[in-house]
Design a protein around this ligand. Structure first.
Ligand code: ZN
Ligand code: MN
Length: 468
């Protein structure tokens, strides 16, 4: 195993949640609908029907590309990609070839180095992000195959990474992050079970030569690959039809094992497309993959090229929300949260928003110590109080349950005594009728007790002690 470095690249398809399809007015909300009810001459590929691009889909595809740190081609276009398959009525897919919307991006995220959950930040490079149309769907049953065109021409964003992954764990972590990012952007539900997010890892093994020590860091490895010092393996095995993050990790790990075994026996690994069997946890041969598919790409003549104004691109970039990874870092830094809790809270934008709202509201209560964020995080993460009834209901319940640690009465009295002696002027002011100073004295006592006693109890005791 240590004699090979796994080289893994990813191709991910994400269906956009636009109302209408990519090139026609049909509803893109096809999931679970009666077959062939969301169709028209355009998405059925009838002769003479003309495509009209969906503006929202283009904006959202660019939004994804920008969120993944890509450069945007200010001049872009659609191309026809030709192949024959019964789910593709036109005989070509409208896609993008040499001018994708986005190129040369990168995503940095924490990945766990080991079982002890120590993490390091790694950067995974994005090769390109382009927009295309989805195909119809074949439904196999008995001795016949039917075709449903409801999905035909639903907008689909394809994201291709550089082969920067070297383990199933890293692949899984990246894909989870990608799903979270597109959900934060609100452009797709990225639901793997519904097929609105599909992922295809390609895996090959690089034999380790003597000078490649095991502890070489990834950026060093990638730099050597980029400089041509380490030629990539001359084959790729692509795994299709994986519908969960757990399975993608298993599929990658199984594929690495399978390829190692072949190479150890002195055999070659065949370039092919393989499927993943969830029951056995193994991959199986589907079809051998030709090296260079001849798709006869050429510019789509029915759609003019697209030119993006820099000011518009800038405003689109500015509209991108704080992304999960940045939020996670901020929670650790700003709220001093445990990494694991910050990770869980930032996986869902709505929960993250609610968390912040709750921390702000709760912190405004005087008898709550400053370091309340971790407590709120604990309660949310351990589901002690649900968020379903909204942040306000949560705060009410939280405050009702939140009892500062009981402090011994003798200690409390001692502290109050010291505060009174040290702040004689304030005490005099109070006696003269300036009641507002009482909160100052309460604050002094709270500080000494580090918030371990409720403010109302302190207030009561102090008033009792100094009242004339
Ligand atoms: Zn249509
Ligand atoms: Mn594609």
């Amino acid at each position: 195993m240590s004699n090979y470095i796994p080289i893994i690249g990813l191709e991910i398809h994400v269906e956009l949640a636009t109302r209408s399809k990519m090139f026609c007015q049909c509803s893109a909300d096809y999931f679970g609908k009666e077959p062939n009810t969301h169709v028209c001459p355009v998405c059925l590929g009838l002769p003479g029907a003309l495509p009209v691009p969906n503006k929202k889909a283009i904006e959202w595809a660019i939004c994804i590309a920008q969120a993944l740190g890509c450069h945007i081609n200010a001049y872009s276009k659609f191309d026809r990609k030709h192949y024959f398959y019964p789910d593709l009525p036109k005989g070509y897919q409208i896609s993008q070839y040499d001018k994708p919307f986005g190129y040369d991006g990168a995503v940095s995220l924490d990945v766990f180095k080991n079982k002890e959950k120590e993490y390091v930040e790694e950067t995974f490079r994005i090769r390109r992000v382009h927009l295309e149309e989805d195909t119809g769907k074949l439904i196999h049953g008995g001795d016949e195959t039917l075709v449903d065109f409801n999905r035909s021409s639903v907008p689909l964003v394809e994201i291709v990474t550089q082969p920067d992954f070297h383990s199933g764990e890293y692949v899984k972590r990246f894909l989870e992050e990608l799903q979270t990012i597109v959900r934060y952007l609100g452009v797709s539900d990225a639901d793997m079970e519904k097929g609105s997010m599909r992922m295809e890892p390609n895996i090959s093994l690089l034999p380790c030569t003597g000078d490649l020590s095991g502890d070489m860091d990834l950026s060093h490895l990638h730099a050597r690959i980029d400089d041509g010092l380490l030629p990539l393996p001359g084959y790729k095995v692509e795994v299709k039809n994986i519908n969960s993050f757990r399975f993608v990790k298993l599929a990658v790990e199984h594929e690495i094992e399978r390829q190692v075994a072949l190479l150890e026996r002195g055999e070659r690994v065949k370039q092919e497309t393989r499927g993943f069997d969830e029951k056995t946890g193994k991959t199986y041969a589907q079809r051998s993959k030709e090296d260079a598919h001849d798709y006869r790409y050429f510019p789509e003549p029915d759609i003019p090229p697209l030119v993006f104004d820099q000011a518009w691109l800038d405003s689109s970039l500015h509209a991108i929300p704080e992304l999960p990874h940045m939020r996670l870092e901020r929670y650790v830094r700003e709220y001093d949260l445990r990494y694991q809790d910050a990770l869980i809270l930032t996986r869902n934008r709505e929960i993250a928003d609610q968390f912040e709202e709750i921390v702000v509201t709760v912190s405004a209560h005087k008898d709550i110590p400053d370091s309340v964020a971790q407590k709120v995080a604990n309660v949310i993460v351990n589901k002690k109080i649900g968020l379903s009834r909204g942040a306000n209901a949560f705060v009410k319940e939280f405050l009702a349950h939140y009892k500062p640690k009981e402090v011994d009465t003798a200690i409390l009295d001692g502290v109050i005594e010291r505060v009174i002696v040290a702040n004689q002027k304030a005490v005099d002011d109070y006696k003269k009728g300036k009641e507002s100073v009482i909160m100052f004295l309460v604050g002094q006592a709270m500080r000494e007790l580090r918030g371990k006693a409720p403010a109302d109890v302190l207030k009561e005791k102090i008033v009792e002690r100094i009242s004339p």
